[in-house]
Design a protein around this ligand. Structure first.
Ligand SMILES: [Zn+2]
Length: 247
């Protein structure tokens, strides 16, 4: 990975080419892509190229760096029964609203620092869409006028765009080495999180009513936990007689 040493002042937001946003203090990549809700006990997983990465708040790294984490631990994104993905407000509520200011936990591809869940005032960082003080790229200026990104408690969790004038690059390296050899315990849920309650009133009403009612309730795969090597990102889950391919 090559990143600018002096990112300078933030510029216009730029789309990220590819999934990689930056790198965290333990050498693990930070990605920003569509959620797949299949994470190991450190809240990481592998991508389609077999590259391990984070893109939601990662328990193990943040605990090692002294950042307050959810009491529910690595399963902060799973409901209390362990059977479904929480809605986003419920995910954020797993984290204390205040905590010690986050240290720098990584660097983005444009050279700006990445902080974890709490800003210099000790406030939990919510994304712009969820009422937070960060911008559309999950970043903001601190009191000294220095720009940095935050891992937020709700989507997009990791920066989904970058504001540096120059953007660095990352080159993939692949390996067949199993790490660790015994595999990693993963929790895989196929259910998407419910969206939050709308804050505005619909401006139109349906012009027709359904002509039939459902004959069965939706089903989801409950708390499936499997052992598989971290490089093997293909997981088959049997649900309602169908095979579902996750990655
Ligand atoms: Zn991912």
């Amino acid at each position: 990975m090559t990143i600018p040493a002096e990112p300078g002042a933030p510029d216009a937001a730029k789309e990220i080419e590819g999934d990689v946003v930056g790198i965290l203090g333990n050498g693990v990549l930070l990605d920003s892509h569509k959620q797949t809700w299949s994470y190991d006990s450190c809240n990481g997983h592998s991508d389609t190229k077999g590259q391990y990465h984070y893109h939601i708040p990662p328990l193990c790294l943040l605990e090692e760096m002294g950042v307050e984490f959810a009491d529910s631990g690595s399963s902060w994104w799973i409901n209390a029964n362990g059977t479904a993905v929480r809605d986003y407000d419920s995910m954020a509520s797993q984290f204390s609203e205040t905590g010690s200011p986050s240290p720098i936990v990584g660097r983005a591809l444009d050279g700006y620092p990445i902080y974890a869940l709490y800003d210099e005032g000790g406030d939990l960082q919510r994304s712009a869409e969820y009422g937070g003080t960060v911008d559309e790229c999950n970043g903001k200026l601190d009191s000294a006028g220095n720009y940095g990104y935050y891992i937020t408690a709700d989507p997009p969790f990791a920066p989904s765009c970058l504001k540096g004038k120059d953007i660095g690059y990352f080159t993939y390296h692949t390996t067949n080495i199993r790490c660790p050899a015994t595999g990693i315990s993963n929790t895989i849920l196929t259910q998407k999180p419910p969206t939050s309650v709308p804050t505005s009133v619909p401006t139109s009403v349906p012009t027709s009513v359904p002509t039939s009612v459902p004959t069965s309730v939706p089903t989801f795969v409950s708390g499936a936990s499997s052992e598989y090597p971290s490089w093997n990102f293909l997981v088959f889950v049997a649900a309602a007689g169908a095979a579902v391919l996750l990655f």
